[in-house]
Ligand binder design. Structure first.
Ligand code: NAP
Length: 330
């Protein structure tokens, strides 16, 4: 075991893109555990767009204070415990912060969730499809209530969240169009994930291509980007369409993100609903859900796409297909 805890602390609030010096590497001694505490070794960290929001100021969570360990989701394993609910070897996900070790205690318990070992599911999946991104896609699509033959458009489509949103859309019988920033990502969306079309927004003619890809207009915009992409998408929406406002990543490094689209919201009588996955945490963390997930993954018969049991496949370069299940809370 290491004797020092390497930590990345917030040194200054970034202006624009994060720059060298905004985070500073510090080494702190490992804490002495008290009764009711456990020490977890952080094995994997998730670097999420929302971290830039947490650096900037108060939002749906308080800003990370200057000098504080940078907030981040991670996967960790308990290495020592004086906590009745945790034993050595238990695995947890939660807000570990950008550091080697994190103390789990009663006050931190709410932000950690024990995760099981599941055959053929790698640990990092708990920071993706079986973690925040899977839940965000799932609950966002619950808000969207997609119907068969509707057209769903998702931006940042090849990202951790967007790629799952599109797959849920296909399971629900939608025409799914993704927007992404490289031809390679677009090919992955259509060839591997089964999207009906994918548009590279870095090509000069992307707006015309997007319009051509939605001959019946758009019913649902799963919005991850904002800015010019959102403006263009809203202009192609059908009357009374639904906009699921999940993220506005194009504005996270700007002082004044654009709200230019709001005239279109009015004219097209759109229903816009923002959501934050933390509001759904209680629905997603019960022990029975994980037990059910474990049982489901052990049952080969469950490996088919139904609304209750969503199967997602990601083909690796080797040709091997990794299948994972997203549990569906009651
Ligand atoms: N509401 C919630 O609770 C919640 C939870 C999780 C995530 N989110 C939001 O969902 C969105 C996606 O998150 P994620 O975790 O899936 O992200 P991710 O996997 O890190 O992917 C982000 C992708 O966004 C695209 N992007 C970045 N800047 C862009 C810009 N200026 N214009 C267009 N595209 C841009 C890039 O892909 P390209 O190469 O395709 O440009 C990038 O790879 C973010 O806005 C995030 O804040 C919200």
């Amino acid at each position: 075991m290491l004797t020092l805890n390497r930590q990345l602390r917030l040194q200054s609030r970034p202006k624009g893109l994060i720059a060298p010096g905004d985070l500073q590497l510090r080494e702190a001694p490992l804490p002495e555990l008290k009764d009711g505490q456990a020490l977890a070794r952080v094995k994997y960290l998730s670097i999420d767009p929302t971290m830039r929001v947490w650096m900037a100021g108060d939002s749906y969570l308080p800003a990370v204070a200057i000098g504080e360990v940078m907030r981040a989701f991670g996967f960790a394993e308990i290495v020592e415990s004086r906590h009745p609910d945790y034993k050595k070897g238990d695995r947890v996900t939660g807000l570990t912060g950008l550091q080697d070790y994190v103390v789990v205690d009663a006050s931190a318990k709410q932000s950690f969730q024990k995760v099981p070992k599941i055959p053929f599911v790698s640990d990092t999946v708990f920071l993706g499809i079986l973690g925040i991104n899977g839940l965000t896609a799932y609950f966002g699509m619950e808000i969207a209530q997609p119907k068969k033959d509707e057209t769903l458009v998702v931006s940042a489509a090849a990202g951790a969240t967007g790629s799952i949103v599109g797959q849920i859309g296909k399971i629900r019988g939608c025409r799914v169009v993704g927007i992404a920033g490289t031809d390679e990502k677009c090919n992955w969306l259509t060839k591997d994930l089964g999207f009906d079309a994918a548009i590279n927004y870095k090509h000069a003619d992307w707006k015309a291509k997007l319009a051509a890809a939605v001959p019946n207009g758009m019913d649902i915009d799963f919005e991850n980007v904002g800015g010019e992409i959102m403006n263009t998408v809203l202009g192609l929406m059908n009357l009374h369409g639904r906009v699921i406002l999940c993220g506005l990543i194009s504005g996270y490094t700007k002082e004044d993100p654009s709200l230019a689209s709001f005239g279109t919201v009015l004219v097209k009588r759109l229903r816009v609903e923002g959501f934050i996955i933390l509001d759904y945490a209680a629905s997603s963390s019960s022990k029975s859900d994980w037990t059910r997930l474990k049982q489901q993954t052990a049952e080969p018969a469950c490996r088919k796409a139904t609304l209750e049991r969503c199967v997602f496949s990601r083909r690796r370069a080797s040709g091997e297909t990794l299948r994972t299940l997203v549990f569906v809370p009651e």
